[in-house]
Design a protein around this ligand. Structure first.
Ligand SMILES: [Zn+2]
Length: 206
């Protein structure tokens, strides 16, 4: 699979493609507030052959793909120095309905491989979904952002572990960044000191 993993230059904050040698993308440069997630790494662009593999991984009950799909993530994380010792891996949770249908959380499947390969700590349920949002794909972006606001909360049992921690959020695909930002808000409320993100695939544009 490695030959399909592109070496696209990416914005260090949102992982969108930028010209080679470039730093922050225009959108991140122009944003008034510093982002909650200062560093986001994406391993590949959401396109051939990854889109098809991700679909099998997520929608066809084949969680075993996590072993293959986590490889380029690991490579990217190492290249970016995203997983120093002491860091805590936290997967984006799926809704309870989705978990019941699918039988697994794809972000946790990826996280488990990263944990195994790096020896870093991971917490499957550090975050919980507090609302079951309607299907995001059918909504325009503004509505998506609204819908996801407050969609996550830190699990009360894990707040002592999260306070002051350095967390890397893990997800399969980043689109608008709304999901990651919403999760980061919940982590920040729990007192997390530093939040980065690692995703497998980045959709080409916001
Ligand atoms: Zn950016």
């Amino acid at each position: 699979m490695q030959r399909f993993a592109s070496s696209t230059a990416r914005c260090p904050a949102c992982a969108c493609p930028v010209p080679s040698g470039w730093g922050l993308c225009g959108r991140c440069l122009a944003s008034a507030q510093p982002p909650l997630i200062a560093r986001c790494a994406a391993a590949v662009d959401y396109g051939y052959p990854w889109d098809a593999l991700i679909a099998r991984f997520k929608f066809r009950g084949e969680p075993g793909w996590a072993t293959v799909l986590a490889e380029p993530m690991l490579e990217q994380a190492m290249a970016r120095g995203l997983l120093p010792s002491g860091v805590l891996l936290v997967p984006i949770p799926v809704t309870s309905r989705r978990l019941a249908e699918r039988g697994y959380n794809q972000a946790w499947e990826l996280t488990k491989v990263l944990q195994r390969r790096t020896g870093r700590a991971a917490l499957a349920d550090a975050l919980v979904r507090v609302i079951d949002a309607p299907d995001q794909h059918r909504l325009p972006q503004a509505q998506r952002l609204n819908n996801l606001r407050g969609a996550f909360a830190a699990h009360p049992d894990h707040v002592p572990r999260l306070a002051g921690a350095r967390v890397v959020l893990v997800d399969d695909v980043r689109t608008t960044g709304a999901t990651l930002n919403s999760a980061a808000q919940a982590l920040q409320q729990a007192g997390v000191a530093d939040i980065a993100a690692l995703v497998l695939a980045r959709t080409p544009s916001d």
